[in-house]
Ligand binder design. Structure first.
Ligand code: NAD
Ligand code: 022
Ligand code: ZN
Length: 375
């Protein structure tokens, strides 16, 4: 069949909207009509050429929602008409990682996904004889896309596509980092570095978990209002702090008879390795946990004095908020439908596919929290 898609033809070039050929689903695969897709940082990272693993030409996009329109042989858990969210972290429930119960990083299709191919080693997208690569197993910048059954979460058919697409990455990453990775408990103190599309979801996850003190840190003062909107209790702009921000934050979180400061949980949502260090060092001595969510540039390294760990701080990272996609994503959609979490105000811009490059411009300019393309 033919489908309209925004194609990343080469690194550093704007996406080109064109008709491409799409082969139908093979065994264990499903064809999805994408109804809406968010534009996320990784799409920009790959398009810019900064991603050493970026492959071109490719159809980017990994934050979508849509409807199953066809299923290949052997598919048992999905049928035509199901409303779904594509998963860049699949959940096969059979690989050693899934069976371990210790990680959400399913390995069933990992090798081919990283090469921009379906599990059989081929691509479903092409223009004439020229192959176009898949991206993060999703390629939601195409009106129709093919995914493995294990990389699709079936969700409430009442839920609006133009909002729940954000659960395909940003919402689940932020909320999941709090609930699955940090396992924040009621009454906790927390610091969130970077109040963008991820950090705001960490804040609403902290509110859901019952955290008491939620400190937001951002170099952009406009983010104060944004943070407060989702449950932040205190705001710090590092540019307005004299000297090092770490002692400032430690002082703010002093409590108990010994007056030792530091937060129970800290989250890096910037991708800046210096900020990652600040986040670790502003965690409480003895038990504070710091969660790295931000993805740093290729080849970057983190550092701290080992004493920070010897004295009991814990440094952790999270991918897709530690969520097991097929199990957890439908639950997050239900939380949204029940009003337990908010999404609508974070979607600051809605675009057509033809306007998709504008979404990248808005992200560059720091003017959007999330831009969503509606097909
Ligand atoms: P964003 O650009 O919307 O937000 C980043 C925020 O950080 C901005 O508000 C910016 O002002 C702030 N900031 C920048 N430098 C800062 C500093 N020195 N101190 C404090 N604040 C600072 O980005 P986003 O969409 O929220 O994504 C954040 C990061 O999360 C990215 O690196 C992205 O790739 C990553 N991410 C990771 C996962 C995962 O599974 N681990 C999933 C999605 C996104
Ligand atoms: C999503 N991300 C950033 C913004 N939006 C993001 C990027 C990478 C990962 C997670 C979220 C990530 C963490 C760990 C891995 N990835 C490796 C997983 C593994 O090896 O098992 C990651 C993922 C997918 C891809 C590349 C890296 C890909 O499909 N190309 C989950
Ligand atoms: Zn993303």
């Amino acid at each position: 069949m033919k489908t309209r898609a925004a194609v990343a033809v080469a690194a550093g070039k704007p996406l080109e909207i064109m008709e491409v050929d799409l082969e139908g689903p093979k065994a264990g695969e499903v064809l999805i009509e994408v109804k809406a897709t968010g534009i996320c940082h990784t799409d920009e990272f790959t398009l810019s050429g900064a991603d050493p693993e970026g492959i071109f030409p490719a159809i980017l996009g990994h934050e979508g929602a849509g409807v199953v329109v066809d299923v290949g042989p052997g598919v048992t858990t999905l049928k035509k008409g199901d409303h779904v969210i594509p998963l860049y972290t699949p959940e096969c429930r059979q690989c050693p990682s899934c069976l371990s119960r210790k990680t959400n990083l399913c390995t069933a299709i990992r090798a081919t996904q990283g090469q921009g191919l379906m599990p059989d080693g081929t691509s479903r997208f092409s223009i004439g004889k020229d192959k176009i690569f898949h991206y993060m197993g999703c390629s939601t910048f195409s009106n129709f896309t093919v995914l493995p059954e294990i990389a699709v979460a079936k969700v409430d058919p009442e839920a609006p596509f133009d909002k729940i697409c954000y659960i395909g990455c940003g919402v689940t990453t932020g909320v999941g980092a709090v609930l699955n990775t940090a396992k924040v408990t009621p009454g906790a103190t927390a610091i969130v570095f970077g109040l963008g599309g991820i950090g705001l979801n960490v804040i609403q996850g902290l509110r859901l978990a019952g955290a008491d003190m939620i400190i937001g840190v951002d170099i952009n003062d406009d983010k104060k209002e944004w943070g407060e909107r989702f449950g932040m209790t205190h705001f710090v702009n590092p540019k307005e702090v004299d000297g090092d921000i770490v002692p400032y934050l430690v002082n703010m979180t002093k409590r108990g008879a010994d007056q030792i400061g530091g937060a129970d949980y800290t989250f890096d949502c910037t991708g800046n390795t210096k900020v990652m260090r600040q986040a670790l060092e502003s965690a409480h001595r003895g038990w504070g946990e710091s969660i790295v969510i931000g993805v740093a540039g290729a080849g970057q390294e983190i550092s701290t004095r080992p004493f920070q760990l010897v004295t009991g701080r814990v440094w952790k990272g999270t991918a897709f908020g530690g969520a097991r996609g097929r199990t957890d994503v439908p639950k997050i959609v239900d939380w949204y439908m029940a009003g337990k979490i908010e999404i609508d105000p974070m979607i600051t811009h809605t675009l057509t596919l033809d306007e998709i490059n504008k979404g990248f411009d808005l992200m560059h300019a720091g003017k959007s929290i999330r831009s969503v393309v509606v097909y």
